[in-house]
Design a protein around this ligand. Sequence first.
Ligand code: F0G
Length: 358
Amino acid sequence: MTFHPRYTGLIDKYRDRLPVHDDTRVISLGEGNTPLIRLNNIPRLLKKDVDIYVKFEGLNPTGSFKDRGMTMAVTKAVEEGSRAIICASTGNTSASAAAYAARAGITAFVLIPDGKIAMGKLAQAMIHGAVVIQIKGNFDAGMELVKEVGKEAPVTIVNSINPYRLQGQKTAAFEILEELGTAPDFHCIPVGNAGNISAHWMGYCEFHDHGIVNNRPTMVGYQASGAAPFLRGKMVDNPETIATAIRIGHPQSWDKAWAVQRESKGWFDECSDEEILAAQRMLSGKEGIFCEPASATSVAGAMRDITNGKIPEGSKIVCTLTGHGLKDPDTAIKQSTSSVITVEANLKSVKEAILRHV
Ligand code: F0G
């Protein structure tokens, strides 16, 4: 039996590749180290010879990839003496900011679009004690307000315009490279504000530039059709999609993400809400992996590009699943095709119900 040292989060693990000092007080909840799960059934159903892995970021402490960036942003905010953090959010950033602020003993202010975030995420912000400010506007409006307030109030912005966020998030690419021993041929990822695609590329380039691996993936970013500024080639003013996490029309990392597309010779594409929900159902029903709708966008897009041959057979593909399905139980229940059968509480009725389904 070999004992391994206790995993204490990504800052401890990648200390030499992150902007921290030896005496920095690290604010961590053990984020990172998420599973890279090889899909068994979806490639078979597609009848294509491809190796697809999903990096299940929904298994971070607050259920999304945001924790990777938040451990860095909050660690640095505390190091710099900040007593409060602020973000605009479609839900996951606010959940993460609220949790890490609680851990650090500081205040989190979160601006969320009124009625447009999934219930689980609102519950998280509230239970962790954040000051929740619902605005009668969308994420993009919230982001502009946060940037303004940041100039006038003693609060640290922890949206991905905070450079420490992307530093933390690049570690997802490190983990993939360590596990596969090589870069995948394609990395498929949902794109909203475009911070995560930029952070992944930073991580892939860093290991490549240091000679740790000798290849880099083609980066493919998928957006929801109703919120697809990268496909329209310009900002979108009234974004709309069932995948509320990526209901964003004015991405903050616009230039960075275009640079990723050029440098990696990748592309952007869009998925309809129906395709996104179908991919979510397929992952949960055929692979046992429950991610939130926005996350399923990566797999929805990948399935289409594998089917049409843009991603050729023989490829090794990683899809990021950015958040956990439990974040948004309402959408899951609404679109589920499984029935809930109510019967009398006796053996005969339960047996009958079972026999009807075998
Ligand atoms: N997937 C999920 C589940 C998200 O929550 C987000 C972004 C993205 C994908 C897109 O990542 O913005 O780096 O391109 N959510 C942010 C939030 C905007 O406020 O939680 P991105």
